[in-house]
Design a protein around this ligand. Structure first.
Ligand SMILES: O=P(O)(O)OC[C@H]1O[C@](O)(CO)[C@@H](O)[C@@H]1O
Length: 549
């Protein structure tokens, strides 16, 4: 039995009251469920006509389950019990939430940091099955990760192809090359579902099922919920949530998302990509800001912020821990929602489709992601040395680019540079921390997010690079240019060769960071680049300097 709750207060409630009647007049919910691709305007029709498969995928997805279960049992019989998933954005975010919530182990490889990748291939390779998930089949991070893990298997005397499972779109370069290579299994996903909406397709199901998550109830809950979300009804939670986040006036374009005792672990990261990459375009959009319990954004109100609490709906009887959190949330403009994971996936997918229509954008493309990829490729090909002079302070190099408000400031020390960057944060803007480091072993770095938010008095996002390039990266470049950026990169002890490619991981991640920084600067926004010349000393220096600000 699925569960789903939604409570709106203040501006969120007002937006729903203002916008839902119009959505009902347009029969938005039933037309969406009927895959009406005209809901987002003429310009979006072509893409929308290829991207609405997520509203009736249940039969196709259920047919995958026996194959996934059989493969899991076969692998277990061979002692293969460790699942490593190579995939970016929509190709890995949902499995990460599904498995964490189910309490089963999944190693997600969505990084090009040499230290992170080396740690993944350095353990239990003999027990590992590699799932390579990529719709396009051409994502450079995923292709590089595949080559590296397969090489590690071969060096361990393992037939890499027999331990490789592919999830991709029919006819993709990956589908073709995998068939020729004779991999263990190829799951061709529904090509009418975009990456951000693929949680309940092979992209969400194959890695999660191989890891042992219960997929039946996930699909049952989602299907049950979609029936409710397809109703042209004033109480339809998909219409109400979509109106609440996309229909406030003036637009509250920062959604501060906090987990308030929910059992849905890591759901915020999935919501972040779905909303930021779907809506951040044409100079508008919504930016999810994932915060922890009690952190600064929850103690401030602002007219461009909406607070979203993900609650434990089963404990909503007034005794739940989330009510304690609720009291700590100053804002009276709130969304509070909870329920089973399958229900939440469908709720937010429908709400994003609704919000996209209200914002007047196409929620199914990601036009600006390409600009960073092109810039990175240019950096890789040209082996461009760093474009700007660096100042050195202790273990870190400091570079500034973009807005002259930063490049003209005193940035001779890390402390001065951070202060100068904080000065550039707009009253209607945000600060984005983009850390191209190892989120599994250097998560202490995340502590600077709340400290910087307290100092800036504005929302601060924290994204691990290059992972965020497939999530908030679209909003940074395609949304309103109101961001200030702190980019953190590092030297690594060792590097990792990428078999049969003209670059190593250290070169690749440096090019991705330099390329993205340049694109952000080209949009006139301030970018502070902090490079850790000595990884550990630099990390300590950065954390200590922020603390002392
Ligand atoms: O599944 P693919 O094609 O490797 O793409 C991975 C991710 O990159 C993007 O295409 C761009 O960020 C996302 O939409 C997608 O989820």
């Amino acid at each position: 039995m699925s569960s789903l709750s939604l409570t709106l207060t203040g501006a969120a409630r007002e937006a729903a009251e203002n916008q839902v009647p119009g959505l009902l007049d347009h029969e938005f919910a039933s037309r969406l469920a009927a895959k009406d691709h005209t809901l987002w305007g003429v310009e979006a029709e072509d893409e929308a006509s290829k991207r609405l498969g997520w509203v009736d995928l249940f039969e196709g997805s259920r047919q995958l389950l026996p194959q996934i279960t059989a493969l899991r049992e076969e692998l277990a019989g061979e002692g293969v019990t460790r699942v490593v998933l190579a995939g970016m954005g929509g190709s890995s975010l949902a499995p990460e939430v599904i498995c964490a919530t189910a309490g089963v182990e999944l190693t997600v490889l969505d990084s090009t940091d040499p230290q992170h990748v080396a740690s993944v291939i350095g353990a239990d390779i003999e027990k590992t099955v590699l799932v390579v998930s990529s719709k396009s089949g051409s994502t450079v991070e995923t292709d590089s990760q595949r080559r590296i893990v397969q090489q590690a298997m071969t060096e361990a005397g393992i037939d890499a192809q027999s331990r490789t499972v592919i999830v991709t779109d029919p006819g993709s370069p990956l589908a073709k090359s995998s068939a020729e290579a004779g991999v263990r299994a190829v799951f061709e996903a529904d090509p009418t579902v975009g990456g951000r909406y693929s949680a309940l397709t092979a992209f969400g199901l194959v890695p999660s099922g191989l890891a042992g998550a219960d997929l039946e109830s996930l699909l049952d809950d989602a299907e049950e919920t979609l029936a409710i979300l397809a109703e042209d009804d004033a109480d339809n939670p998909g219409l109400r949530l979509g109106a609440a986040i996309g229909g406030t006036t003036p637009l509250r374009n920062k959604l501060v998302v906090v987990d308030a005792g929910s059992p849905l672990l890591g759901l915020g990261a999935w919501i972040e990509q779905l909303i930021a990459e779907s809506t951040g375009k044409n100079g508008t959009g919504l930016l999810p800001v994932i915060v922890g319990d009690g952190e600064p954004e929850l103690h401030r109100d602002a007219d461009d912020v909406l607070t979203v609490q993900i609650i434990d709906v089963d404990a909503e009887d007034g005794t739940s821990v989330d009510n304690d959190v609720a009291d700590l949330v100053v804002s009276s403009h709130k969304v509070r929602t909870g329920g089973s994971l399958g229900a939440q996936f469908m709720l937010w997918e429908v709400a994003t489709a609704v919000a996209g229509a209200l914002l007047g954008i196409n929620p199914f493309d990601q036009p600006d992601v390409e600009s960073a990829k092109v810039a990175a490729r240019g950096m890789l090909d040209a082996e461009t040395p760093e474009s700007t002079e660096a100042e050195v302070d202790g273990a870190v190099e400091i570079r500034t680019l973009g807005s002259s408000a930063l490049t003209d400031a005193d940035t001779a020390s890390l402390q001065a540079a951070l202060k100068a960057l904080l000065e550039t944060v707009r009253q209607d803007g945000y600060l984005a921390v983009m850390a191209y480091l190892d989120r599994t072993s250097e998560h202490e770095l995340e502590s600077i997010r709340a400290q910087l938010s307290s100092l800036a008095g504005r929302p601060v996002t924290f994204g691990w690079g290059p992972r965020f390039l497939h999530s908030t990266g679209q909003f940074h470049k395609g949304g309103p240019h109101i961001g200030a950026f702190l980019q953190i990169t590092t030297e690594s002890e060792g590097d990792v060769e990428v078999p049969d490619r003209p670059f190593t991981l250290a070169k690749l991640i440096a090019a991705q960071a330099a390329g993205d920084a340049q694109v952000l600067a080209d949009h006139g926004m301030p970018v502070l680049r902090v490079h850790l010349q000595d990884r550990q000393a630099g990390l300590t220096q950065l954390i200590d300097t922020v603390e002392a600000l």
